[in-house]
Write a protein that binds this ligand. Structure first.
Ligand code: AMP
Length: 174
């Protein structure tokens, strides 16, 4: 089996979690398998190796796992975008709509600087609401999101259309 097929086989689909109708992609078996996790991080890194990048921004919470590993591999700084109320210092705050209700994320004001080139990393691109909000927060501080890399993209939800200016890369699609 090639590596993409192995990664795909390791992702566990959980129907109706956390609510009816959602096909939850459980990535924990990939994380628990040393070789697969390392390949996954290598593939994410390959999507960005050709660009000049200053920092990797990861999204709370599963995104941290992938983003921190990518940052370490590339020798770049890691910056967290967190759910509202978690970051201790001065923050930029952005509320955005979900399918049902609202969510809000935050970024420390000094976490990225004007002119910096940023790659956004998360585990999964679904509706794109979270990633698009993260892009808006980062760009509100004058930094530029040069690309975004996801382990999984749920293509039917067309999340990438919420950030048409950002090149999107992904390893697996469903
Ligand atoms: P969205 O804002 O709709 O693109 O959702 C993004 C976040 O929700 C991702 O960071 C995922 O961690 C999580 N998520 C959404 N849908 C799923 C799914 N079907 N399986 C696993 N995680 C999901």
């Amino acid at each position: 089996m090639d590596i993409i097929s192995e990664l795909r086989a390791a992702v566990r689909n959980i129907p109706d979690f956390p609510k009816p109708g959602i096909q939850f992609k459980d990535i924990t078996p990939v994380l628990a398998h040393g070789e697969l996790f390392r390949h996954c991080i290598s593939l994410l890194c390959e999507t960005i190796s050709h660009q000049h990048v200053d920092k990797i921004v990861g999204i709370d919470a599963r995104g941290f796992i992938f983003a921190a590993a990518v940052a370490d591999r590339l020798g770049l700084g890691f910056v967290p975008v967190r759910k509202a109320g978690k970051l201790p210092w001065k923050t930029r705050h952005l509320a955005y709509s979900l399918e049902y209700g609202e969510n809000a994320i935050e970024l420390h004001e000094d976490a990225v600087s004007a002119g910096e080139k940023i790659v956004l990393v998360d585990d999964l691109l679904a509706t794109g609401g979270t990633a698009a909000a993260a892009v808006e927060l980062i760009e509100s501080l004058g930094a530029q999101v040069v690309s975004a890399a996801f382990f999984i993209e749920l293509e039917d939800l067309q999340g990438r259309t919420k950030m048409p200016q950002v090149p999107i890369h992904r390893i697996l699609t469903y």
